[in-house]
Ligand binder design. Structure first.
Ligand code: NDP
Length: 327
């Protein structure tokens, strides 16, 4: 069978991750990258990967089986996903949890009209964590679900500290509170406040002459971002920031703790420990792109989420191979 032809829309962290992930899947082939910027200024990981301007994408309709949308959730995906679902099978990683129903409705109406298959909000959260929350609730209806994130770099919180007066640069790590994690793992089902679950650690480079204490106070008291957490601020040099904080680690765990009888506690845990958040997210997108292609071939059109995809559809192996090897 011929490889599944994949196109990348948007070439940032996720776009690069998808390029790397497709190379690890022999049943898939990258046909090109599509960007809103000048294609000649982009440097793909593989010099042979074609880079095109977005405005030629429609004319390549017959050359792509699935588009992997790698734009940002805030401004890019709400516009790009419905527009492109009117012409292509596609997948995105839309992660604004509160707006998922609205995004689904917009993409679904476009994909129903074009008889295409689109899958939104794949990745790890939403994505693999969502699946584990659903399974935990279904298997242990008498229970509680806990999601812990970290240790991980939070893009949104890092942006927030960089906007503080006197700050030249910085990063923010979200860290689960160990005591809370241990309580949850023990099966006692604690009720945990925001502050009890996660702490925030900031590493900040000051501008010349900035008042360190004033910067620290502005950060730890920042509404929504930091005021509900125990936050530590440490001051580092620009060299240290570049040397020690350039990677994008992340991860976390989903734990379902439940009782099947008065005496028996059951605890399920799914854990991710990621050196690179975008490379892992991209690997999930590529596996789900395979499923999107198969669902499109089977005539299952419209918008889907990870909840609608059977696990076997993610694998390059056939159903018979999976039964023989993994059951
Ligand atoms: P980036 O900011 O790196 O890229 C987003 C878009 O911005 C790109 O598609 C690209 O579009 C454009 N872009 C990238 N670099 C530049 C640049 N130097 N100058 C100008 N434009 C640029 O975002 P990420 O790839 O890190 O993340 C994308 C989204 O993925 C996030 O918004 C997040 O919502 C989601 N995500 C979801 C996860 C999940 O678990 N579901 C996990 C992690 C992320 P173009 O090439 O067209 O210019």
């Amino acid at each position: 069978t011929s490889p599944i032809r994949v196109g990348i829309v948007g070439y940032g962290n996720l776009g690069r991750g998808v390029e790397a992930a497709v190379a690890k899947n022999p049943d898939m082939q990258l046909t090109g990258i599509y960007t809103r910027r000048n294609p000649s200024q982009l440097q793909p990981l593989n010099v042979g990967t074609p880079v095109h301007a977005m405005d030629v994408l429609l004319s390549h309709k017959g050359q792509v089986d699935v588009l992997i949308l790698c734009g940002g959730s805030k401004d890019d995906l709400p516009k790009q996903a419905p527009e492109l679902a009117a012409h292509f099978n596609l997948i995105d990683s839309f992660d604004t949890h509160a707006r998922i129903p609205e995004h689904f409705a917009n993409v679904d109406s476009a994909a129903q009209g074009s008889q295409c298959t689109a899958l939104i909000s794949a990745g790890w959260d939403p994505g693999m964590f969502s699946i584990n929350r659903v399974m935990g609730e279904a298997l242990l209806p008498d229970g509680a679900t806990y999601t812990f994130w970290g240790k991980g770099l939070s893009q949104g919180h890092s942006d927030a500290i960089r906007r503080v007066d006197g700050v030249a640069g910085g990063v923010q790590y979200t860290i689960p509170v160990e005591d809370a994690v241990n309580k949850v793992r023990s099966g006692v089902r604690p009720e945990l406040s925001t502050r009890e679950k996660h702490k925030r650690e900031c590493h900040v480079v000051l501008k010349d002459g900035a008042d360190a204490e004033a910067v620290r106070k502005t950060i730890v008291e920042m509404p929504h971002y930091f005021d509900q957490y125990d936050t530590t601020v440490s001051f580092i040099t620009a060299e240290e920031l570049a040397r020690d904080h350039a990677a994008m680690p992340h991860g976390g765990f989903v734990i379902r703790s439940g009782n099947t009888s008065a005496e028996n506690k059951q605890v399920i845990e799914y854990r991710l420990q990621l050196d690179s958040n975008p490379e892992f997210t991209s690997s999930v997108l590529v596996a789900y792109a395979r499923a999107v292609h198969r669902m499109a071939q089977a005539g299952q059109h419209g918008c889907k989420t990870v909840f609608d995809v059977a696990p076997g559809m993610l694998s390059p192996k056939s159903a018979a191979e999976l039964r023989a090897e993994l059951l």
